[in-house]
Design a protein around this ligand. Structure first.
Ligand SMILES: Cc1ncc(COP(=O)(O)O)c(C=O)c1O
Length: 424
């Protein structure tokens, strides 16, 4: 393990994910507060797939959050930090037999994605002679606001009717949750998801209403972001309060339906909304090459693949933190451009990979030198978790907080990625 504490950002080795625990904490609490203002029984089930860096999932637990997972691998992470089985919500379009068996045996929460999955769960609970609570992920195909989705059981629809009838007929399985998730991030879609879920609830019979433990409107929310970054998106990103107040009327119907007693939990599964601006991606410039037409290319030890893939038309929010010069024989860029009498110069910042499209900054007029540290904000969502083992896996994870300063949390992205299990 390299040095565990750093005095300044300039000391942090690169490439690195810098996790700001204070930002995650602030977002987590603000998200809860916004929804608690409109519904008294709110629970966060943090979306592991969005970023399961250990410092984040541990802090989620410390803040009272539960875990939303979609694989045995993620479930193990949640169990590994001592979440109880009931605090784990298992979603996803496909569960293996092994996963289903563990879910039923341990008593995790489960949202079935298809009629077949409901059948498999009912069979398994009957075989194991245990009681199991099942949730249903729904898709509202005919809804013009929500549109098409390949996930979940269509409502209204024959599969939904069959699933409900199967659950009602079973002595071992109860309906415990109704869930939907649409990834659009607009307040219109979040509100419509809430409306459709509440409409389903209102049509359930008394026995289902009694066994129901949660209604879940999934994730798909925006989080805080700086204005210049937000301006790139067609619509202004809604605030947590705007999402919550937009749904308030529908949640009030649930409160009325239950006459204020034994209210089911409102399960929210934010990932992006609370983690995106909690993580920065750090890399350093190692070489600067001049091309014709005033174009320079700054080669970094970072990669867009480590930020979740090649970005499509979204300019990152980034800064140049320092200009610590590494030893290099490359000509100084400013002096070089003057010498070439090029009036307009720009630099393209690229990753270390062999992919032409691995471009971190398409073009900038800022002077960028060898040795500069670059930080890319809003790098928390689908970055570390979607980082492929492509060419290098050098990213470390560093955490920052007001209380503990800058410390190393992980010195390799995955030391276990040894491929030992291959026969040849
Ligand atoms: C069921 C479910 N819940 C929550 C999330 C988290 O979504 P986001 O990171 O967009 O907030 C996802 C993302 O795909 C999801 O599929």
């Amino acid at each position: 393990m390299t040095k565990a504490v750093f005095n300044t950002l300039a000391d942090v080795p690169t490439p690195a994910y810098l996790v700001d625990l204070d930002v995650f904490r602030r977002n987590h609490q603000a998200f809860m507060t916004a929804f608690e203002a409109v519904y008294p029984n709110v629970q966060i089930g943090y979306s592991y797939k969005t970023n399961y860096a250990r410092p984040l999932i541990s802090l989620n637990k410390e803040l009272g959050g539960h875990a939303e997972v979609v694989s045995g691998f993620e479930m193990d992470m949640a169990l590994g930090i001592e979440h109880s089985a009931e605090e784990i919500y298992f979603n996803g379009p496909l569960k293996t037999d092994e996963e289903l068996k563990r879910i039923v045996t341990l008593g995790c929460q489960l949202n079935a994605d298809s009629y077949e999955e409901v059948e498999r769960v009912v069979r398994m609970a009957e075989m194991q002679e245990c009681q199991f609570g099942i949730g249903l992920r729904l898709a509202f195909e005919s809804d013009p606001v929500l549109g098409l989705s390949r996930f979940g059981i269509e409502h209204p629809g024959v599969d939904f009717d069959a699933a409900i009838n199967l659950i009602r007929a079973s002595r071992h399985v109860n309906l415990t949750g109704i869930h939907a998730h649409y990834a659009d991030r607009s307040s219109a879609v979040v509100e419509q998801t809430a409306k459709r879920i509440v409409d389903v609830l209102k049509a359930l019979d008394d026995r289902d209403l009694r066994t129901l433990k949660y209604l879940s409107i999934g994730g798909g929310f925006c989080g805080p972001m700086e204005d210049a970054f937000a301006r790139q998106f067609a619509k202004n990103p809604p605030s947590y309060e705007e999402y919550a107040s937009g749904c308030a009327g529908y949640f009030a119907e649930v409160i009325a339906l239950y006459d204020h007693c034994n209210l089911p939990k409102l399960l929210l599964e934010p990932g992006t909304a609370i983690v995106a601006d909690s993580v920065e991606y750090l890399c350093r410039v190692h070489a600067k090459k001049q091309r014709g037409g005033g174009r320079f290319i700054a080669v970094t030890d970072g990669s867009n693949f480590a930020r979740g893939g090649i970005s499509k038309g979204v300019e990152p929010a980034w800064s140049r933190v320092s200009t610590d010069s590494l030893h290099s024989n490359a000509p100084d860029s400013e002096a070089y451009s003057e010498q070439q009498q090029i009036s307009e110069t720009f630099t393209q910042v690229v990753g270390y990979t062999c992919v032409e499209g691995d471009i971190l900054i398409a073009q900038t007029a800022e002077p960028i030198s060898v040795g500069d540290l670059l930080t890319f904000r809003n790098s928390g969502a689908y970055s570390l978790v979607m980082r492929p083992p492509f060419i290098r896996m050098d990213e470390i994870v560093v955490v920052r907080s007001e209380r503990d300063g800058l410390r190393l949390a992980r010195d390799v992205i995955d030391s276990g990625f040894s491929f030992d299990s291959y026969e040849f």
